[in-house]
Design a protein around this ligand. Structure first.
Ligand SMILES: C[S@@+](CC[C@H](N)C(=O)[O-])C[C@H]1O[C@@H](n2cnc3c(N)ncnc32)[C@H](O)[C@@H]1O
Length: 364
């Protein structure tokens, strides 16, 4: 079952890949695909051809080599976070930063009952299902029949079928079903016009049940907040969650011959970091658009603009610019490998706004 805690007795057996399992085929952290193991068939990518029968019986996490013995991939066990990266996009989806925030702020945990609409591609639903397992339930609604059916299939393939009910319903037109009144612990909306549903949510939110509505545009947020206010909701808060990912890698630098001269090493390191980060010194000095980070230390503007200023920070082997050479005695000798971290230039920006609220009468 995808990402759901397992019974310890079955854990070791579940760690082995079996016929019919969904596997995340990992090429790089930003390049993964899903595959369903099927004897007699093969997985193909640009690294080669991989017969599924070679995967059966191997532990998840294994590295497997293609038929020609050159290319390789890793076979990972699906989790909701990985699934979000490989699912078929039938709609816009929520990503891990928003999902984490939603799960945390809606206080969703084991045993909870969550109402959701629309289901879309099931990206959020998959995380909700993992969070409420093993005894809770997600009731998810979408008015698009084919999408609902495809999502149902995905939940089943991922072993979440018993935790999620997907139903076809126009939630903006009809609201949630009557039989769910008083049963929800949290309500989540990802709909184009959430303000149409809000006036009918009262009975589902009694008992201080939290509501969250996701909208990509600020105009939608304004209308949502107006509807929340005029329907006496309180504790209304809107957030935009932005994620900044860093690329951490070992980088080869030109060798340094000035053994023992820390100032030279520091200056050299900083000029290399500037080059790596694509930062240029303009007429007004360094144009710093992104923080420079080396081995866990975020460089200050002062350190970046004046290499000598950061020399004290270079005095231990865990600091920036020192090599990973175990024989390193404090100042490196002709070593050239360092761990460098920098933000990805294509960092994902705005996805949407999350508006949270609760019914007014339940708050002091
Ligand atoms: C952006 S998608 C939801 C994506 C989902 N949160 C995810 O993470 O995969 C919005 C969904 O709302 C559905 N939808 C739009 N209007 C609806 C309505 N009136 N009632 C129910 N579903 C609706 C659409 O069919 C679409 O699948």
């Amino acid at each position: 079952m995808l990402g759901v805690p397992r019974d310890q007795r079955t854990e070791s057996a579940e760690c082995l890949i079996r016929e019919g399992d969904v596997v995340i085929v990992y090429e790089r952290h930003d390049r993964m695909k899903q595959a369903t193991v099927c004897k007699g068939k093969e997985f193909q990518n640009r690294f080669g051809v991989f017969p599924y029968c070679d995967w059966i019986g191997k532990p998840f996490g294994s590295r497997v080599v293609g038929k020609k013995g050159i290319g390789f991939v890793y076979l990972l066990k699906p989790t909701p976070e990985l699934w979000t990266l490989v699912l078929s996009h039938r709609t816009q989806i929520l990503y891990v930063a928003d999902i984490s925030f939603v799960v945390g702020f809606l206080e969703i945990g084991p045993g909870k009952v969550v109402l959701e609409s629309g289901t879309g591609s099931g990206s959020l639903t998959t995380s909700l299902a993992r969070s409420i397992a093993p005894l809770g339930h997600v009731y998810s609604f979408d008015f698009h029949e084919l999408r609902a059916e495809a999502a149902r299939e995905d939940f089943k393939r991922n072993g979440l079928g018993s935790l999620v009910t997907v139903a076809v319903r126009d939630i903006q037109g009809q609201g949630f079903p009557e039989d769910l009144v008083g049963r929800a612990d949290a309500v989540f909306l990802d709909l184009p016009q959430p303000w149409l549903v809000i006036p009918h949510l009262g009975r589902y939110l009694e008992g201080n049940v939290p509501l969250c509505s996701f909208s990509p545009c600020i105009e939608q947020v304004q209308r949502t907040c107006e509807a929340l206010t005029s329907n006496h909701f309180t504790d209304i808060r809107t957030f935009e969650v932005l994620l900044r990912s860093y690329d951490v890698r070992t980088q080869t630098f030109g060798s340094l011959s000035m053994t023992g001269v820390k100032e030279e090493i520091a200056a050299e390191n900083l000029s290399q970091v500037r080059k790596l980060s694509g930062q240029k010194r303009g007429r007004d000095g360094l144009k710093q658009t992104e923080p420079l980070v080396m081995q866990g230390h975020v460089l200050t503007t002062e350190e970046v603009t004046n290499g000598k200023e950061c020399i004290p920070a270079l005095s231990s082997s865990s600091d920036i610019g020192l090599s990973k050479n175990p024989e390193n005695t404090g100042v490196e000798r002709n070593s050239s490998e360092r761990i460098v971290a920098r933000p990805y230039p294509e960092t994902r920006g705005h996805t949407g706004f999350l508006t949270f609220a609760r019914q007014g009468s339940n708050l002091n």
